[in-house]
Design a protein around this ligand. Sequence first.
Ligand SMILES: *[C@@H]1O[C@H](CO)[C@@H](O)[C@H](O)[C@H]1NC(C)=O
Ligand SMILES: *[C@@H]1O[C@H](CO)[C@@H](O)[C@H](O)[C@H]1NC(C)=O
Ligand SMILES: *[C@@H]1O[C@H](CO)[C@@H](O)[C@H](O)[C@H]1NC(C)=O
Ligand SMILES: *[C@@H]1O[C@H](CO)[C@@H](O)[C@H](O)[C@H]1NC(C)=O
Ligand SMILES: *[C@@H]1O[C@H](CO)[C@@H](O)[C@H](O)[C@H]1NC(C)=O
Length: 158
Amino acid sequence: MFNCWIWIFILLCRRSIADENSTRDADIFPSSPEIERGSTLKLFCVLGKHYTPHRNASHIIWKLNRELIAQENYKIVNETVSSITISNFTHSKAHVKCFIKYLGKEQLLVHTEVKSGFPPGTPRNISCIYDVDIKLTCNWASGRETNLATSYTLYRKM
Ligand SMILES: *[C@@H]1O[C@H](CO)[C@@H](O)[C@H](O)[C@H]1NC(C)=O
Ligand SMILES: *[C@@H]1O[C@H](CO)[C@@H](O)[C@H](O)[C@H]1NC(C)=O
Ligand SMILES: *[C@@H]1O[C@H](CO)[C@@H](O)[C@H](O)[C@H]1NC(C)=O
Ligand SMILES: *[C@@H]1O[C@H](CO)[C@@H](O)[C@H](O)[C@H]1NC(C)=O
Ligand SMILES: *[C@@H]1O[C@H](CO)[C@@H](O)[C@H](O)[C@H]1NC(C)=O
């Protein structure tokens, strides 16, 4: 009897792993976007297949952190896709969440983190130390605090 329960448990687990993708509630894209502070954020929420035909994109609501985003910012692209447009996005970091609201109940479908920052300025005060045939070490001051992951590429002319 005990063995039997273990087997049922294992089978249920396997099933949920295998079904993970096919029953995804929804997708949000772009995922984890990084945008310029004060620019316009646009995101899309795509409903998974198992919601249609009873529920469609008109049942999607959006939240910024915990705040409901006003309906006038939503656009129903088609039956399965709803988009959100937020102009002048000034949060340095926020969570945007896509819910389905049906018969008065809200269910979280998918969310993503959005970061905003500034373009990097020109790096200043570059100095390099060259240990002949060993290594080249360079330092510089970043041009501006960006709030975003920034990569600098240094070209060395021979
Ligand atoms: C689910 O999808 C992701 C990416 O699309 C993939 O890497 C992963 O292997 C898939 N998992 C299953 C259980 O199919
Ligand atoms: C909805 O629109 C998206 C993006 O334009 C498209 O990829 C998708 O196939 C459309 N879905 C339906 C059901 O028309
Ligand atoms: C979405 O569903 C509602 C009813 O729940 C229906 O009135 C509406 O026409 C549907 N919209 C689309 C785009 O299918
Ligand atoms: C954007 O929002 C910031 C802070 O809320 C405000 O100071 C600024 O005037 C706004 N800019 C525009 C173009 O609306
Ligand atoms: C760059 O170097 C100049 C002169 O050495 C110095 O005055 C300035 O503070 C430095 N700037 C930064 C951002 O380190």
